[in-house]
Design a protein. Structure first.
Length: 103
């Protein structure tokens, strides 16, 4: 089935919050500064030292997406929604840091 992705206004946070933010952690990314790389850093994944566990941001009282406007300046944020068969199945929140430049 096809997944359609569309941008939404930040005012759609209540809809965005309908998808769980909980996920299972079985690997982590390590960041290594490497000035010789194009980005200045290298990411490498590794398995967690413990058994996989669930990280559930929805379980933290007052920390969900509908509260973000009280904690953050959302003026440089964008929301993206993923729909499959007309049903919301996921999304992403993106924050622009600084000025974008093209090379």
């Amino acid at each position: 089935m096809r997944i359609e992705v569309s941008e939404e206004p930040v005012t759609a946070l209540a809809e965005y919050a309908r998808i769980s933010i909980a996920f299972e952690v079985s690997q982590m990314l390590d960041v290594e500064v490497q000035r010789s790389s194009r980005t200045g850093f290298v990411l490498s994944d590794r398995r967690v030292d413990t058994a996989p566990y669930v990280k559930d941001y929805d379980a933290i009282k007052g920390e969900g997406p509908v509260q973000w406007a009280h904690r953050f300046d959302l003026s440089n944020w964008g929301l993206f929604a993923a729909h499959m068969g007309g049903r919301r199945v996921g999304g992403a929140a993106v924050r622009l840091l600084g000025r974008a430049t093209c090379h």
